[in-house]
Design a protein around this ligand. Structure first.
Ligand code: G3P
Length: 214
């Protein structure tokens, strides 16, 4: 399973990358707005920091504008994956980019049939938002199971990128289901490390280490 970090914050990306947790990065307009810097500059810096795919989202919604904008984003660096919203126009652009060898990540996916259309259009990655489904009392991980079944049934090559991850159980279940990628906020990544029995065990080992005969 590939691990992407879901942030535009370069400090978080550097921290996670140095520890080997980062196979790629996803950003979105909200995450870029939060860092208060121009988008092109942020995407370029991320691409220079991380060696994997970096999703950069188009800000327009009409197909010609999305196409032009996506082309500009793709020119920033070879690792840029153009993030396109799950709309009818968006799918047209995905198909065009596929023909031109430009990778895409279709975002704001909330149903298995949307994901089926993404695969048909030739999307490189599909981003189902599990946390936002949970927020409206609809089990988000059920969507991952459905998409995985459909993609396996027909050998679609679109990668399932689980997005809107809020906690460790989302990551665990994604791994159990065989999702290709999870994109994880920095804080959630850090939460994967500690376990009370690890702390307790380490304390015991450190105390016993004092008793080792010299
Ligand atoms: O990258 C998009 C996605 O991960 C957003 O997550 O927490 O805003 O639902 P969230």
């Amino acid at each position: 399973m590939k691990f992407f970090i879901d942030t535009a914050d370069i400090q978080e990306i550097r921290h996670a990358n140095e520890r080997g947790w980062v196979d790629g990065v996803t950003t979105n307009p909200s995450l870029v707005a939060k860092v208060g810097r121009p988008m092109r500059e942020v995407i370029k810096e991320i691409c220079q920091t991380v060696s994997g795919p970096v999703s950069a989202e188009v800000l327009s919604t009409a197909k010609d504008d999305m196409y032009k904008e996506g082309m500009e984003l793709a020119k920033i660096h070879d690792n840029v994956v153009v993030k396109i919203p799950m709309t009818e126009d968006g799918l047209v652009v995905v198909k065009k980019f596929k023909a031109e060898g430009i990778r895409t990540n279709v975002t704001l996916v909330f149903s298995p049939l949307q994901a089926l259309l993404v695969a048909k259009a030739g999307g490189t990655m599909v981003s189902p938002f599990v946390g936002r489904l949970d927020d409206i009392s609809t089990p988000g991980m059920d969507l991952i199971h459905q998409i995985k079944t459909i993609y396996d049934n027909y050998d679609f090559s679109t990668e399932i990128l689980v997005a809107s991850i809020r906690h460790n159980v989302h990551i665990l279940e994604s791994a159990m289901m065989g999702a290709d990628i999870v994109t994880v906020p920095f804080k959630v990544m850090q939460n994967m490390i500690p376990h009370p029995l690890t702390d307790k065990g380490l304390d015991i080992f450190l105390k016993d280490a004092q008793k080792i005969v010299k």
